[in-house]
Design a protein around this ligand. Sequence first.
Ligand code: SF4
Length: 258
Amino acid sequence: MAIYFDSIVFGPVRSRRLGSSLGINLLPLKGKICSFDCVYCECGWNSEGHSDNKIPTVEEVREALESKLSECHRDNIPVDSITFSGNGEPTLHPDFPEIIDYTILLRDELFPKAVISVLSNATMLGRPGVKEALRKIENPILKLDGVDKDYVKLIDRPQNPNYSISEVISNLEWFEGDFILQTMFLRGVVNDVEVDSMRSDLLERWQRMVIALRPREVMLYTLDRKTPLSTLEKVSVEEMELAAAPLKEAGIKIRISG
Ligand code: SF4
């Protein structure tokens, strides 16, 4: 059973990474829309839900955000991060760049010390204005789970048949290291195929890619909640520490969530 964020603005919630985080969901309230359909997605499969396909308008997002930020400001509720995540991929919203622009204005007015974070799967970086919008905020947190196309196809299930990892990598290069890379580590069975992020050839290619991209931080994480596919397992923090060791040696900041 999928669990959805049932409002445009939610929280603030306590986040280990981001502190007091006010969430923004630019997708439907009762279903997920995503350019991936990851086997580990906490919102379930793309095909579930969908009693509601409506995405909020720019005006609706602005009103919801302004009202919640004003309320937090009035009641002295801290907001450390305004965080775009929600029921799917936030950069799929057609007005994403405009929404980022006024989020910056509202943040500057009401919570100037808060950062703006976007959790994105990096598939839409080629769409006009998306990269530029992400460059304006403090925390573009961009996912790339691997470099091997068969592995990524199995665990992230890109919805676009023309999805290209090399295109994503060249879009990430455009950030010149000023982004946070996020990678999921797991193992299990997907479509009768054994997958394991710790397989040495997959891991080595991923490490080489990260060292070449030199993101300002790398977030490694593993399964935390129930996943739509039940044949998956967590990897241990110790394994992720080993995976990250060459990156640390190369001077890249690492954050691991087990
Ligand atoms: S990219 Fe994120 S929202 Fe989309 S399917 Fe994967 S985990 Fe879910």
